[in-house]
Design a protein around this ligand. Structure first.
Ligand SMILES: CC(C)(COP(=O)(O)OP(=O)(O)OC[C@H]1O[C@@H](n2cnc3c(N)ncnc32)[C@H](O)[C@@H]1OP(=O)(O)O)[C@@H](O)C(=O)NCCC(=O)NCCS
Length: 257
């Protein structure tokens, strides 16, 4: 078993890894780890120091990408340490053909990183069939106006603004929720799908939940249910979304281990 060096810190690690938080979200039952990191303190020797494998394509990428990948995989390794099915397995998370993370057997999970924060959510496959996490810094108003019609319909944006959310918060939330849905469903769909495939149809602000509905055509094509609940967290400058659940009638689906 390749353990992750979560406690043994050298000076270099202290300059790279900042505050780490780990908790089970009571709303979803999913283990979430967030990890602050500082790209300026990154150096390749941190990979062996933190017990994380450096895959060839990442080794060839820019230092900023290497730093984000490392922080995401470090958060993943810390999260995996809490799951019973993986205790005797290699804790490394591989890279799939479309950049999707490859989890140890018996695990579903997802990774996101933005700026100086990486987050990871994991669950036992027994408890969850699909899981996607996304964190986004609030999109600037100018950019919101440029991408609004790509990310969401007017009806979706009004659904959120009618409950008092600003243009920036509304669009960032829809964007983030859909990204988390994409990551959650990619292992079942095995193809890219755009923002137009899902529509935000219900916002429960007090419960911080948003229901996303797939188009009938897309859901039928992939034999997927249409509705997905996304639990979100609104920070001062960022939004985090987690879409997870179990497929009813799972035997019909082509979800991949
Ligand atoms: C791939 C994509 C989801 C990444 O999102 P992002 O906001 O740019 O970046 P994030 O930091 O949040 O997420 C990156 C992580 O997502 C994960 N990821 C990437 N591709 C993935 C895929 N196909 N399936 C699942 N997870 C994936 C990886 O773990 C990646 O980090 P890593 O490369 O360091 O391992 C996004 O760029 C994308 O292409 N989305 C597709 C379009 C879409 O979202 N449609 C909405 C459908 S309703």
């Amino acid at each position: 078993m390749q353990a992750v060096n979560a406690t043994k810190e050298s000076g270099a690690e202290r300059h790279f890894i900042g505050k780490v938080q780990s908790a089970v979200d009571p709303r979803t039952g999913v283990r979430q780890v967030s990890c602050e990191f500082d790209s300026a303190g990154y150096q390749p020797t941190l990979y062996p120091q933190l017990g994380i494998a450096l895959p060839e394509p990442i080794a060839r990428s820019l230092p900023k990408r290497q730093a984000g990948f490392l922080a995401g995989r470090y958060a993943a390794a810390l999260a995996l340490q809490h799951l019973a099915p993986v205790r005797n397995q290699d804790l490394q998370v591989g890279i799939g053909e479309q950049r999707n993370p490859l989890w140890p057997s018996g695990v579903v999970g997802s990774i996101s990183h933005v700026g100086s924060v990486a987050v990871c959510a994991v669950s036992r496959r027994l408890d969850m069939d699909y899981l996607g996490i996304d964190v986004e810094v609030l999109i600037p108003t100018r950019v919101c106006r440029e991408i609004a019609t790509i990310v969401a319909t007017r009806r979706e944006r009004e659904l959120l603004s009618d409950q008092g959310l600003s243009e920036r918060v509304a669009l960032t939330l829809i964007y983030s929720a859909k990204e988390s849905l994409f990551k959650a469903l990619y292992p079942s769909v095995r193809d890219y799908f755009g923002f137009e495939v899902a529509e935000a149809v219900e916002l429960r602000l007090e419960e911080q939940s948003l229901v996303l509905r797939l188009t009938e055509r897309f859901a039928d094509k992939h034999k997927l249910p249409r509705d997905y609940q996304c639990q979100f967290t609104l920070g001062e400058h960022w939004i985090q979304s987690v879409t997870c659940g179990k497929f009813p009638g799972r035997a019909n689906l082509k979800a991949v281990v």
